[in-house]
Design a protein around this ligand. Structure first.
Ligand code: TTP
Ligand code: MG
Length: 367
């Protein structure tokens, strides 16, 4: 009996843009920044028909679809639209785990007609916000997530675990969240190119190659098994801030100035949320995409800009990037007193914390 729904807004950022630019409806539109390295955050389905997709460099999108109209991102508008959408969801469903601005899991409990209820919810969202959504319903989060994606836009798909196994038997294992390109490659080298082959592969064989834990995880994924429930409280584990340079930077003092700027923004956000952490880290991506992280744990938790900035600088000096730097980030983790006044409500009253939500667009954009 299906009980969990995954709701994901259709072409979210660009659909929000179309609300105030109705003349662009039906046209290929992409939302992206303007730097030389900007990537597509999202595109209308009309642009996707040309092969344009999220995370693609804008230059490539232009080649594929010269007629595409580019709109700059407005994260404030996306956040506001997201809040309107999720307020509507909360009106109808008690247990909700919002995962990002545009997606989340809904615990349907013992609703008698879950699909009809979800149709009503999607219609309500469309009527009240003008935005479309797709919903997948399944016995667990994994099935629900895959189901919400498979008939976009406007999808409404309910599947049992067995139906999911059958429907996606010939799909690549990388369709499954949690199986990235590297894992997919290693699976392929074992002769596992489809989800059915993953399912049929002996669990011990996977454990021998991937280790006990990951082997078991992959085995379960292949069977569309997932034991994680809908989490209504998400603890903030870390906060970070990062930036991609328009041109790779080799100059140490410029890198250090950037760390200072990132630390200042990050600490302001931590302070506003009442968060203090003991672990301070940096992330450095070189021009050849080598990505290195370094962290240090202090005796006392902090959200002080001078401390975070100083530790970040020391970590950078100790690493001494051997090549020009493409991306630089600062992170604070190991919070001592998690969000006493923040959005995470520990009383189970159904509040969702949107830890890092406001970071997500920038992080994604920073690719
Ligand atoms: P998605 O739900 O992945 O994409 P989407 O809503 O645009 O399209 P659909 O769900 O119909 O396939 O992501 C939600 C938003 O997150 C998206 O509108 C823009 C942003 N985003 C990025 O900024 N970069 C990315 O690489 C991705 C995948 C999304
Ligand atoms: Mg979406």
């Amino acid at each position: 009996m299906p009980r969990i729904a995954h709701l994901d807004m259709d072409a979210f950022y660009v659909s929000v843009e179309l609300l105030r630019r109705p003349e662009l409806r039906g046209k290929p539109v992409i939302v992206s920044g303007s730097s030389p390295r900007a990537v597509v955050t999202t595109a209308t389905y009309e642009a996707r028909a040309f092969g344009v997709h999220s995370a693609m460099p804008v230059s490539q999108a232009r080649r594929l679809c010269p007629a595409a109209i580019t709109v700059p991102p407005d994260f404030g508008a996306y956040r506001a639209a997201s809040q309107r959408v999720w307020a509507l969801v909360h009106e109808q469903i008690e247990r909700v785990e919002q995962v990002g601005l545009d997606e989340g899991y809904l615990d349907l409990g013992d609703l008698v007609a879950p699909k009809a209820a979800m149709r009503r919810l999607v219609a309500e969202i469309r009527a009240r916000t003008g935005l479309g959504a797709s919903v997948g319903i399944g016995p667990n989060k994994l099935v629900a997530k895959i189901a919400s994606d498979c008939e976009k836009p406007g999808g409404m798909v309910a599947l049992t675990r067995e139906q999911a196994c059958e429907r996606f038997a010939s799909a690549s294992p990388s369709l499954l969240p949690g199986i990235g390109p590297k894992t997919a490659e290693r699976l392929a080298s074992l002769g596992i190119a489809t989800i059915a082959q993953l399912r049929e592969y002996a669990a011990e064989g996977l454990a021998a190659v991937f280790g006990e834990r990951q082997g078991r995880y992959l085995h379960h994924r292949g069977h569309f098994e997932d034991t994680g429930g809908v989490q209504t409280v998400r603890a903030t584990k870390s906060q970070s801030s990062e930036t991609t340079f328009d041109v790779d930077v080799g100059d140490r003092s410029e890198l250090e100035r950037t760390l200072e700027r990132l630390s200042a923004g990050l600490c302001a956000r931590l302070g506003a949320r009442g968060l203090r952490g003991r672990t301070i880290g940096i992330k450095v991506r070189l021009d050849d995409w080598t990505t290195v992280t370094r962290a240090r744990t202090l005796d006392d938790a902090t959200c002080a800009e001078e401390t975070v900035s100083a530790v970040a600088r020391e970590l950078l000096r100790a690493y001494a990037p051997p090549r020009p730097v493409r991306l630089l980030g600062v992170r604070v983790a190991g919070f001592v007193d998690p969000s006493p006044s923040g959005e995470a409500r520990a009383d189970g009253s159904g509040g969702t914390a949107h830890a890092g939500d406001d970071m997500q667009p920038q992080l994604r954009l920073a690719v």
